[in-house]
Structure formats: C-alpha cells, structure tokens
Design a binder for this molecule. Structure first.
Ligand code: AFP
Length: 329
C-alpha cells in the first residue's frame, strides 16, 4: 500500500477550513514556499555556478551585497508579486517599501531573503525569514509597519538543510522537512523543552566585553551550565534553540573601546529578524525582549529597517536576563 506524508499545504488547508478562513493565505504561502525552494536550488549550486561572490553594490544597511543576496531578493519579489495577494513588501535588501498589489492585496510581508551572509562564501547554512500581517479589511488602513504582536504568521527556512518552521497566530509553531519531490512534509509541533538539560547559549562571544555590565556578569555566572553554540546565522541558531531550549542573544554593544562603534540599539533588524523569531518563540512557549526588557512583539516600528537588541528563548532564561539588565525592574 502506498503511504503519503502530510504536506504543509495539506496541513494549512485543514487549518484554514477549520477556522473558516479564506484560501488567499494558502496562495500567499504557496508563493513563499516556491521562493524558498528556488533560493535553495541557487544556493546548492552556488559554488558550481559562481554565485557565492559579491554583486558589486551596497545595501541599505551599508553592507556589500552578495550575489546570493541579490538573487534571493529577486526570487522573493517575483513569487510574492505573482501571488497577487501582497500589498507591499519590506525587504532587508531594499531601502524603500516595495509596492505590489496595493489596491487588491491582503497582506503585508516583511522579509529577510538571505540571512547569515557571512556563511555564504563557505556554503554553510543561511536563513530566509518572513513575517506576515493582514490588511485591516473592516476599517481604514492605519499602520503598514506592524508590531510583531499583529503578525498573523512568521517563519523561517534553514537553507540548504531543507527545514521550514512556521508559527500561526494562536495555533502553535510547526516544523516541516523537505522530501524527495521538494514538498515540505511531516508537521511536528515545536514546544521549548522545560528541562534545562538540553538548553544552550548562543551569542557572538567576541563581543561579550562590549555588552552591558549586567549581561556580562550574567554570562560569567551562567555559561558553565549550558553548551555554547553559534552559527552566525539567526535562522540556524534559533532553529537549535527551538529544539533544545536555552537563549539566543544579540545584545546592544555599549562598551566598545571605540565609542563610535557602540550599537545601543543592537544589530538585528526588528521587523524581519527579531519579531519573526519572537513570534515563533511565543507560539513555542518562550519569550523575547529587547535591551530595555520590553517584549519584542510589543515594539511598534517607526522605520522599516529599525534595529533592536534581542534576547529570545526559554522564559526562565529571558527572565534572568531581564533581571540582569534591570535589577530593580
Ligand atoms: P548578515 O546577514 O549580515 O551576516 O547578518 C546575519 C545576522 O543578521 C544574523 O543572522 C546573525 O545572528 C547575526 O547577524 C550575526 O552577526 P555577527 O556576525 O556580528 O555575529
């Protein structure tokens, strides 16, 4: 007898019908999956096709754009536009908001097409992250840049490992794996493990002396208890935290020997990095805060490429960091 694994689209169709929701979201998600598969293909063949070098331009963050960054951004824009469901996109690779089906679209999409560019030249895992918010269909459209709390879904692909993780609002965080015919299959619910036995710490240790004093002290008294893992690509590092528990952090840089290099607002981008993993973490039973101890999901963006410090993971460790950052608070 032939057996068939449940695909993501089977899973989502059932979810949408169970909640009497429209098929528009399926069409959007299908376009996001198609984009991820094509990025996976370009990355897998990147070394052979000579696509792992520079594109010869600079992006809104002032960083040299990699050819793979450019390819991934073009692929995402193509598939989202073809869905006809997107009002506009905020992309890490473009300064301005990208208008699409402004009149007839239903969703705002916030995207980091290729995250972890320092891994690209080595063909090591990178990520593609996205957050989705819905148009206000009842009343006048208000805020196009939404707080993570208003997202209806957020997810990430770890490329080229073929894992896809998505959280649906109040419906959990789910992981899928790519099969032999490039379908994402076998939905597995992700809940952060309560036991501290598997918990891990993940941060750029080269920066530790430049973190706030409370964070430095917390690391010194805590690090011996947990394994340390750091890939340098948020999707990959958070993928582990979702499985093993623990804490990923990219704190503010406030104690740099050259004060002009301090980053009091952190490095990671709010809308398509921090809010995405914060949304997934909440659906998996965890939490995420910024340097002021504020929930990441409550931060209302003022600018599309706004940065934030990020502490995300198992609630008890996030709470410890909150106390370390603001003892009185
Ligand atoms: P890039 O895409 O510019 O490499 O940044 C990746 C990232 O935004 C995130 O994925 C990592 O967690 C973090 O930055 C790595 O930053 P460091 O290289 O400073 O550790």
């Amino acid at each position: 007898m032939l057996t068939f694994d449940e695909t993501f689209m089977d899973f989502l169709l059932e979810h949408q019908e169970r909640h009497n929701r429209s098929y528009h979201f399926l069409i959007l998600m299908n376009s996001i999956l198609n984009a991820a598969k094509r990025i996976q293909y370009y990355y897998l063949t990147g070394a052979l096709r000579g696509n792992l070098g520079l594109a010869g331009s600079t992006n809104v963050q002032g960083e040299e754009v990699l050819r793979m960054d450019w390819i991934a951004n073009e692929v995402v824009k193509h598939h989202l536009a073809r869905s006809g469901r997107v009002i506009h996109v905020v992309s890490e690779e473009e300064k301005d908001i990208i208008p699409m089906n402004v009149e007839g679209g239903r969703y705002f999409v916030y995207f980091d097409p290729m995250d972890g560019s320092s891994n690209v030249p080595h063909n090591l895992p990178i990520g593609s992250l996205f957050g989705i918010a819905k148009r206000n269909l009842e009343g006048p459209e208000d805020q196009h840049l939404r707080a993570g709390r208003d997202y209806i879904a957020a997810g990430m692909f770890v490329i080229p490992t073929g894992t896809f993780t998505i959280a649906l609002k109040n419906a959990g965080c789910w992981r899928f794996h790519i099969d032999e015919v490039m379908n994402y299959v076998k939905p597995t619910r992700m809940d952060l493990p309560e036991s501290r036995k598997t918990w891990e710490l993940s941060f750029n240790s080269a920066h530790r002396d430049m973190f706030a004093e409370g964070v430095r002290n917390w690391i010194s008294r805590t690090e011996a208890r947990y394994a340390f893992r750091y890939l340098g690509a948020l999707a990959g590092d958070f993928h582990r935290i979702l499985t093993n528990g623990g804490l990923f952090m990219y704190p503010a840089i406030v104690n740099h020997p050259d004060p002009s290099k301090n980053r009091p607002k952190g490095k990671l981008r709010l809308m398509y990095e921090a809010a995405v993993v914060a949304f997934m973490c909440r659906e998996a039973g965890g939490e995420a805060i910024d340097e002021d101890g504020r929930p990441i999901l409550d931060i209302l963006p003022e600018k599309p490429h706004q940065r934030t410090a990020l502490y995300v993971g198992s609630k008890p460790l996030v709470e410890e960091i909150r106390q370390a950052l603001h003892p009185a608070g």
